[in-house]
Design a protein around this ligand. Structure first.
Ligand code: TXA
Ligand code: MG
Length: 328
């Protein structure tokens, strides 16, 4: 495996080398406008097979594909209607992944046998340039091992994928901090299958009818720790955790909160992880924070709740997807 540093500048010669590697069956990890992805030539059945092996992913879970142009989109999907077009015009390039009917050029394993393929044009310069150079669509499942958190940091990608990929492109901390919103259009209605930074309200604003499906069906991240989300302000944070500690036999306690909450605590804390007052900073670093705690020698973490504004709800939605999350 080779790590390529594109944090400050894209080296076009190197990019061509990586593009060639993918085109002929290689596998790479790369940044997107959401989280890091694993790329293979989406038209190459054997390369796609490797992705499932590398991620230890269940064969019935389809992959997302990225394209760099409408022309490339048209080469792999059919029946693009006016609602699809409206979504594309308003949100691409960017973090809205849309389901389309697939053409037969796409091997069956990309979509795990389904008739639909999930596609977007990514809003990330490295990803876009890469696909342009390859000239074919690439797969983009998240670059974590199956069941783990998505990754926003090339160093964490390297830890998990080690020598399983040919290249890791380091583009710094990737985009928005969470995965793309996934939608499908059915009976003239946009159905949100997975929540992301593009929200129901954002799609309604462009005059479309939107329905939000249960967003917990997709991911159940296993962070290997007990995580408890505490509702209320800094005063109830302290009170609720105190009562919980009396009830339960907890060996070591970690706190994930802003300093305002932490300063109000009157019990012993083994590990404190400070998070920003600003929700957008918290969101950007969320997966790194959660990845950090899964590596810490503490059993139970309490996390503060977040304001009910747009970014606050995105964070809460993501945290709800964690396996065995509790709320007090
Ligand atoms: O932001 C993202 O979308 C990232 C970046 C790297 O592209 N990728 C990502 O991929 O989150 P992954 O594989 O971790 O999640 C893709 C989700 C899976 O839950 C999969 O089941 C769903 O998309 N999916 C893919 N194709 C689908 C299809 N045809 N129908 C329904 N669900 C689909
Ligand atoms: Mg994933």
């Amino acid at each position: 495996m080779e790590i390529i540093d594109f944090k400050n500048k894209i080296d076009n010669k190197k990019l061509k080398q990586v593009a060639k590697c993918i085109k002929y069956g290689g596998i790479i990890a790369f940044p997107t406008e959401t989280v890091y992805g694993i790329g293979a030539n989406a038209l190459d059945k054997n390369a796609v097979d490797k992705i499932y092996k590398i991620k230890e992913r269940n064969k019935d879970k389809p992959l997302i594909v990225l394209v760099s142009s409408m022309e490339m989109l048209n080469s792999i999907v059919k029946n693009i209607n006016h609602i699809h077009k409206k979504l594309i015009d308003n949100f691409w390039p960017g973090s809205l992944t849309i389901l389309f009917e697939k053409k037969s050029v796409l091997p069956d394993n990309v979509t795990a046998g389904l008739d639909t393929i999930a596609v977007r044009i990514p809003g990330n310069e490295i990803a876009l340039k890469l696909i342009c150079n390859i000239g074919v669509p690439i797969t983009a499942p998240s670059a974590n091992l199956s069941g783990k958190l998505s990754i926003i940091d090339a160093n964490v990608v390297c830890e998990q994928l080690k020598d399983k990929v040919d290249f890791v492109i380091d583009g710094g901390i990737s985009g928005s901090g969470i995965e793309s919103t996934i939608v499908k259009v059915e009976d003239g209605i946009v159905k949100i299958l997975r929540s992301g930074k593009i929200r129901k309200e954002d799609i309604e604003k462009i005059g479309l009818k939107v329905v939000q499906y249960d967003n917990n069906i997709y991911n159940h991240y296993d962070i290997g720790k007990e995580l408890i989300m505490v509702s209320g302000d800094e005063i109830s944070f302290n009170e609720k955790i105190n009562s919980y500690l009396k009830m339960d036999n907890i060996k070591s306690v970690g706190i994930i909160s802003s300093e305002k909450y932490y300063n109000n605590i009157n019990f012993k804390v083994d590990k404190y992880i400070s998070i920003d007052e600003d929700c957008s900073v918290v969101l950007k670093n969320l997966f790194n924070t959660l990845n950090d705690i899964s590596n810490m020698d503490v059993d139970t973490f309490f996390i503060q709740s977040f304001d009910d504004n747009k970014i606050g709800s995105i964070i809460s939605d993501k945290i709800r997807e964690i396996k065995n999350i509790k709320f007090i």
